[in-house]
Design a protein around this ligand. Sequence first.
Ligand SMILES: Cc1cc2nc3c(=O)[nH]c(=O)nc-3n(C[C@H](O)[C@H](O)[C@H](O)COP(=O)(O)OP(=O)(O)OC[C@H]3O[C@@H](n4cnc5c(N)ncnc54)[C@H](O)[C@@H]3O)c2cc1C
Length: 497
Amino acid sequence: MTPDIVIIGSGIGGATIASALAGSGARITILERGEHLTATPESRDARAIFVNGHYRPKEMWREGDGTEFNPGNYYYVGGNSKFYGAVLLRYRKEDFAALEHFGGVSPAWPFPYEELEPWYSKAEQLFRVRGQLGEDPTEPFHSQPYPFAPVPDEAPIARARAELKALGLHPASLPLGIDIDAWLKDGRTPWDAFPNTGAGKVDAESGPLALALADPDIELVTGAHVDTLEASPDGKSIAAVTYTRNGEARRLSPKLVILAAGAINSAAILMRSAPGRGLANSSDQVGRNFMSHNSSAMLAIHPFRRNDSVYQKTLMLNDYYLTGGKGGKPLGNVQLLGKINGDILKANAPAFAPKLALDFMAGHAVDWYMMCEDLPDPESRIMVDGKGIIIQWQRSNMETLSGLEAVMKENFRAAGYPIVLSRPFDKRTPSHQCGTVRMGNDPATSPLDVFCRSHDHRNLFVVDGGFLPTSAAVNPALTIAAQALRVADHIRRGELA
Ligand SMILES: Cc1cc2nc3c(=O)[nH]c(=O)nc-3n(C[C@H](O)[C@H](O)[C@H](O)COP(=O)(O)OP(=O)(O)OC[C@H]3O[C@@H](n4cnc5c(N)ncnc54)[C@H](O)[C@@H]3O)c2cc1C
């Protein structure tokens, strides 16, 4: 039977919108290219994950100069969220207005923070977020408290919190979608970049998808690789979705199509669907404005003090989020990484680096993540070459990252860590990909309207990281989920009313 709605992708955007359309009476098919992840010895093995790339896809992408790489972009039910750090943090209120950075202006969103606020609260309930209001100086208004108390700091992290406070800073609990007891029951490891094969992490599959699939009108089809969307003869709507499953070409012609294959793959599907300019692209912005944060890892090392944390990832610092750079410009967010060990360092170190030394460093370091805003640039592009994907990522605003690194190195040294090392994250893992199918009021400059509907095709929505007009300097998943809930409400009041 032909479904009313086809959702392409079961990650944060696709699963969240499916959960919010459940119970509407609409027959919904979710086409997901991946399969379910199951528990195996590799799922809690840092070497298998970080050194052997066990979960990476068997595909190669290319950079603008032709260099091939194997991307850290994950194709499973639940998408990239199966591996995510489960930080579920709101954009700050100021991120919705134009904000001047070193590298240029971060443009205003087409609506203010207040428009998304109720949906952020609903998304926090949906993802069962653990957090604490009132600690962070940049915290925007919350109409509801977090549904659960924060994940506790381990002893070395409680000490780091006190050290930062003693410097006059405002460390705050990271809002997290983690049931720490359930996570640790399956293995004493961090969760950041580890796959969730149980109930410990609230990801797209264990959270919203599970709710959606309780509705008998919603079905999930795995191993369904969407190839193209076909426009109707008058070009005003999408007439069909074509996909391949078990080597067989198939097609569906639903009333509504919700594309949620992730910022890179959604842009690629649209580009492949109409060779030349691409589909839904009268603005010529599909595939442009690709952003993925400027970020680095920073190890604050105390050679005489072991960090025996298991998970570590419970703190953030936003003292430099809005100001702190030269001339009072914004710098970014600082948050803990999942605890790093010698294997993880080995995966990123030169081959000659001795493993014993790396084990020692990792065992004595508190590991931080510096995250700064990447600004939209039409020349920062996703392109396709047949079935291949080309990422021509134009880095922007890098002065902000070096500014944040400099000030945090000073802080960590002042807090008593004599050795502080940093290293930028590389391009092969576009974890925070966004911006490639952005929303806006003007069809001439944005492919989507403010409800993520294509300006060109009335029955096409794109609800994944692609719609984000700016990257801000916080992790994207909660904002994608909040907007997915807002779009679902719009569809229920319109098409499904
Ligand atoms: C290691 C890691 C850590 C991260 N940590 C955090 C964090 O702590 N907090 C945070 O906010 N964000 C984090 N992120 C980013 C977060 O996971 C993404 O922002 C989020 O998953 C994006 O949601 P999405 O709906 O855009 O895409 P995804 O969740 O990636 O979903 C896209 C889905 O589409 C499917 N798909 C792709 N192509 C096709 C096709 N052709 N046909 C059918 N299906 C297709 C994919 O298999 C996938 O299931 C992290 C990411 C990684 C990789």
